[in-house]
Design a protein around this ligand. Structure first.
Ligand code: ADP
Ligand code: 5GP
Length: 183
């Protein structure tokens, strides 16, 4: 059985929403909570959505080789704990990682048989609407994320599966089917 599922998408494409549905459906899959130096959004909780840490702490962990992968995304640092990943895999658990393209390439080097899934928005226009309607980012941050989205979407062919998140229920079924096919 394959153990590592990696989901990437441009910000606002619906990755968090889709990952929540996967976690409800597959009780045995553990979600890897990333570390980040960005500020929590409204409603985000430390230790549940992310571990929120300072840039100093993050850099110390780089020096001490504490990351399985890390990247700078939209001006903030994000990382996956190597210890967490090793412990889960050693105990045979399946893991879901929600990380960016740079992080995915690092994990694929460490674990080549990871299953990679890229989530696409139906269009850039729809992405803009979702980012705005989420209401968690300033206009400047939304613009920056849209610019980055174009570059990220060019990398979708590096992934084994691509899902277009047009209608949410359809995209959820497709994602569940993909995961089931590796059980
Ligand atoms: P991400 O984690 O990729 O940044 P989110 O899951 O936070 O994206 O989704 C961004 C916004 O778009 C949220 O407000 C979410 O409710 C909404 N959304 C997600 N999927 C869809 C969809 N298929 N159709 C319409 N809105 C969606
Ligand atoms: P957000 O700030 O919208 O939660 O996430 C921004 C981007 O950072 C998303 O593309 C998300 O997948 C990515 N990300 C979240 N956690 C990690 C991580 O641990 N490592 C890497 N490389 N990217 C991450």
């Amino acid at each position: 059985m394959r153990k590592l599922f990696i989901i990437s998408a441009p910000s606002g494409a619906g990755k968090t929403t889709l990952c929540r549905e996967v976690m409800k459906r597959f009780k045995d899959i553990t979600y890897s909570i990333s570390y980040t130096t960005r500020m929590p959004r409204n409603g985000e909780r430390d230790g549940i959505d992310y571990y929120f840490i300072t840039k100093e702490e993050f850099k110390r962990k780089i020096e001490n080789n504490k990351w399985a992968e890390w990247a700078e995304v939209y001006g903030n640092f994000y990382g996956t704990s190597a210890e967490f990943l090793d412990t889960c895999l050693a105990s045979g658990k399946r893991i879901l990682l929600d990380i960016d393209v740079q992080g995915t390439m690092q994990i694929k080097k460490l674990y080549p048989d990871s299953i990679t899934i890229f989530i696409m928005p139906p269009s850039l226009e729809a992405l803009k609407t979702r980012l705005k309607s989420r209401g968690t980012d300033t206009r400047q941050v939304v613009e920056r994320r849209l610019e980055a989205a174009k570059k990220e979407m060019e990398k979708k062919d590096l992934y084994r599966h691509v899902i277009i998140n047009d209608q949410l229920s359809r995209a959820v079924s497709e994602l569940i089917k993909i995961i089931e096919s590796y059980c």
